[in-house]
Write a protein that binds this ligand. Structure first.
Ligand code: MG
Length: 417
């Protein structure tokens, strides 16, 4: 499996600082939106990202591992908040995703969001832990009312507020072409789902799409910090490299920085995955090159077979010859060769036969031999017809022919008489 992704976090147009944090190192992604006076929000979200960056992933974890990381982050942020008066009351949201095999595992607290974009449909995968979100789920307000509700930024669950935290977990499947979006409310409060979908529908690269989402939120006012993570899992054929030291070294807790990277995971072995992998491979550059080479080989093999079985009659020096193959030359490539040289001389042939021969009609060997025999017969017949015609008067015809005297002298004699 390969995972391409892009991340951006942006202060927006109104806030003095960026209190969002993110962590992205395939297969683990996380967005955190901090809150609290002074630098509390920044500290809280950065601590959450740090806990994720230090996560020890063995390879078969799911949502429960994510929930454990969220609870660990909660513990650390809570302890910081109660031990430092300046940080008192700080907290953060966390929306995290872990891609494992066929599944994208999710853990979530607060009003940051996870979405899945599939075949033109944007689906929100998380429930907002906000006052407005809960009113919406109870049905006491409409979605339209929720979008403009004055208390829509009040969250009902966050990390760092209490010693323990309830974490929502979920797991969804992914298919090739899916794009997953993790974002802080600085994006989702500025753009509704249709507007987010409109940007995703452009089908640009993840990096361009992430940038376009942030630009659109800023164009709407950018009233909050905006953080966007886009990732897209894809199957690759072959045993992809495991996440290694190099990737780990390039990873960092990101706060205020963006980037895009790619990573590969291990290959899966189920039949569905394999056929999906083969389909993708067929569409890849190497797949196309291989198909083109196979087609070329098939074409040459066909050419060779044809070459073994077709003949034509043509000139070889001053004689008529039977050629095997096709009367084709492509640059240095010649697709025929002399099979048999006949005793028929070109200068003995009449213009009609020479013209016929120059068309190089393809024929079987038998038919080519017949053609050459015809040329020979035509020459002989013409020679026989010519002898009396040049030499004799009408009365001498019979005798002259009887001599079969083929020679010039006999005709000379005839004409002299
Ligand atoms: Mg926010």
């Amino acid at each position: 499996m390969s995972l391409s992704y892009a991340t951006i976090t942006d202060t927006g147009r109104v806030r003095p600082a960026n209190e969002d944090s993110l962590f992205a190192l395939p297969p683990l992604f996380m967005v955190a939106d901090g809150m609290g006076g002074a630098h509390g929000g920044e500290v809280a979200s950065a601590r959450a990202a740090e806990v994720f960056s230090l996560a020890d992933l063995g390879g078969d974890e799911g949502s429960e591992k994510l929930a454990e990381l969220v609870r660990e982050a909660n513990r650390q942020i809570y302890e910081l908040a109660v031990s430092d008066a300046n940080l008192h009351g700080m907290g953060t949201t966390v929306t995290a995703a872990l891609v494992r095999g066929d599944a994208v595992h999710l853990a979530h607290v607060g009003d940051s969001r996870a979405y899945r974009w599939r075949l033109g449909i944007l689906k929100q995968l998380t429930e907002d832990h906000s006052l407005v979100g809960e009113m919406l789920r109870r049905g006491s307000i409409s979605e339209e009312e929720a979008e403009v509700h004055p208390q829509r930024s009040i969250i009902t669950r966050a990390l760092g507020i209490e010693p323990g935290v309830e974490v929502d977990t979920d797991a969804v499947d992914w298919q090739p072409g899916d794009v997953f979006l993790l974002c802080s409310d600085g994006l989702s409060s500025m753009l509704n789902d249709e507007e987010l979908a409109a940007v995703l529908a452009r089908g640009e690269s993840l990096e361009q799409t992430a940038r376009a989402l942030v630009e659109a939120a800023n164009a709407r006012g950018g009233r909050d910090n905006i953080t966007v993570i886009l990732f897209s899992p894809a199957e690759v054929l072959g045993n992809g490299a495991r996440r290694g030291a190099e990737a780990a070294a390039s990873a960092a807790v990101e706060n205020g920085a963006g980037g895009a990277r790619q990573d590969s995971g291990t290959r899966r072995s189920s039949a569905r995955r394999q056929s999906r992998g083969i389909r993708q491979w067929l569409l890849s550059t190497w797949g196309r090159v291989t198909i083109a080479l196979l087609a070329g080989v098939a074409l040459l093999a066909g050419f060779w077979l044809i070459n073994r079985n077709v003949y034509y009659v043509g000139a070889d020096g001053s004689n008529v010859a039977i050629y095997r193959g096709l009367p084709v030359e492509l640059g240095p490539l010649n697709f025929s060769s002399v099979f048999k040289v006949s005793s028929v001389r070109l200068d003995e042939m009449d213009a009609i036969d020479r013209g016929r021969m120059s068309r190089h009609e393809l024929q079987s060997l038998n038919s080519a031999e017949d053609t050459v025999a015809n040329y020979l017969r035509n020459i002989e017949e013409r020679d026989q017809n010519q002898q009396p015609a040049t030499g004799a008067t009408g009365t001498a015809t019979g005798a002259a022919r009887a001599t079969t005297g083929s020679t010039a002298t006999s005709s000379t004699t005839g004409s002299g008489s």
